[in-house]
Design a protein around this ligand. Structure first.
Ligand code: ATR
Length: 295
């Protein structure tokens, strides 16, 4: 019998709080990186019931956790228990990563950074001066819109079924960052024009996500052109109907696996203050892709 010595009294603790957490792939990512780097840290998912968030957060602090991720449905609610929230996370209205130092809780949002790193890595270009159309105006859209403005996008057009939510995101961007955002509803002709004129189109809705594999985030087919980069935050299926149609038109297509990967990497970097090298990241990402596609 082999003695399992992976966890000792010195092992640093990190994890995820949310509900549900059963299907998360984050432990695979974080624990693989720790083993590869020889860092003595373990990542555990923890399901937290509706009334238990405050107790969970103070419990993690009392248990001397290094930090934790926060997922649905607590990314907004957790903010009231955090001592210091980064400017990006405040604008994004959500915290998904917390670091605990000397009994203080520091909150970050790594979703926007995850999006931007995966976009650059997979498209080979940056977001600067791009005309971008976003479909959807939920939590993911808000984080991405803030990041797009911070990275110097020339124009951000938010199109959403419920137009008031698109308007809210645009006001946030225009009032706090740069006046580059405009919003449309599904019935506005300008929405179609923006789609045609854009350099980048991003689906931030859940339409098309398993099991809704026939879902499409816009009420009519989009006229993609080959010069466009088309991004879907969904990674299951790995190619949504939206991405399949864009690919058929010759576009560069990117799914949400990279965003998931890099938001986790950025959280890992925040907790450990270790900056992961390019080659190592590419290697881990290809393994991560294999693992997630087989789970
Ligand atoms: P998340 O945090 O993952 O972004 P969310 O905050 O619930 O999730 O936001 C979901 C977004 O997807 C919303 O913009 C929603 O549109 P509405 O604001 O009109 O509800 C959009 N969405 C969800 N299902 C959709 C569908 N079938 N077609 C188009 N948009 C959809």
């Amino acid at each position: 019998m082999n003695i399992d010595s992976r966890v000792s009294g010195k092992t640093k603790l990190v994890g995820l709080i949310g509900n549900p957490v059963e299907h998360t792939v984050s432990p695979l990512l974080h624990n693989t990186i720790s083993s590869k780097l020889g860092i003595d840290m373990i990542y555990v998912p923890m399901k937290v019931e509706k009334d238990g968030l405050m107790d969970a957060v103070s419990g993690l602090k009392a248990l001397n956790f290094t930090g934790f991720n926060v997922t649905v449905p607590y990314k907004n609610e957790v903010m009231k228990f955090i001592d210091d929230i980064s400017k990006d996370a405040l604008l994004m209205g959500a915290v998904n990563t917390v670091k605990i130092m000397n009994g203080r809780l520091y909150g970050y949002n790594t979703d926007g950074e995850g999006f931007s790193r995966s976009f650059k890595e997979e498209s080979g270009t940056t977001l600067k001066d791009k005309k971008v159309v976003m479909l959807g105006a939920g939590g993911a859209a808000r984080a991405i819109a803030v990041k797009l403005a911070l990275e110097g996008a020339k124009k951000i057009t938010v199109i959403n079924r419920t137009v008031s939510k698109a308007e809210e995101i645009c006001q946030l961007v225009n009032n706090n960052l740069h006046p580059v955002a405009e919003h449309y509803g599904w019935d506005d002709v300008e929405a179609d024009v923006s789609l045609e004129e854009s350099d980048v189109i991003i689906n931030t809705t859940s339409s098309g996500m398993f099991p809704d594999v026939n879902g499409y985030p816009y009420p009519k087919p989009i006229n993609f052109s080959a010069r466009q980069i088309v991004y879907d935050v969904i990674y299951n299926p790995s190619k949504t109907r939206f991405l399949e149609e864009a690919e058929r038109c010759g576009c560069t297509v990117i799914n949400g696996l990279g965003m998931l990967f890099y938001q986790g990497i950025y959280a890992y970097e925040i907790w450990t203050e270790v900056k992961l090298g390019e080659e190592l990241l590419k290697d881990i990402f290809s393994q991560f892709r294999c693992i997630t596609e087989s789970t």
